[in-house]
Design a protein around this ligand. Sequence first.
Ligand code: HEC
Length: 126
Amino acid sequence: MYRFVTKPAFLFIFLLSVCFLSNCQYEYVEIDLPNETVLVSFSDEILPIFDNNSCTACHSNGSIIDLRRDNAYSSIVPDLINKEDPSLSLIYQYPNPTYNGHQYKKYTPYQAALVFNWIKQGAMNN
Ligand code: HEC
């Protein structure tokens, strides 16, 4: 009797885990990137990236660029912006998760997309 009860139970658990595991294989986290048509605010969305990612720990007074709130815009525009090809802008390219040159803090893919959109929309001090 014991055997009759446990075997199907094991089979059930086994099948359940197979279902679960195969589900996991196809499950992926979709990153919602910001929409290009939504206007990005430099002060509300870009500046906090530099503070929250501790970019400012290195990039402050005396660094090649000063990313602190009051100085960030003049450090970035126009020197680190490429209006013809926003993806070549240093402020987008350098801290990009896909770029190997800058081995320090990087943007998340979402933050990189925000910076890209901001440049594409004219790199305004808005
Ligand atoms: C641990 C220190 C450190 C941190 C943190 C850091 N950086 Fe840098 N960054 C550097 C150094 C050093 C350089 C110059 C050397 C090089 O090119 O790697 C640099 C170069 C750059 C440049 C190229 C500037 C130019 O004119 O060539 C950009 C843009 C930049 N960083 C942006 C950022 C951003 C945005 C963050 C935050 C996401 C960040 N960095 C975090 C140290 C840091």
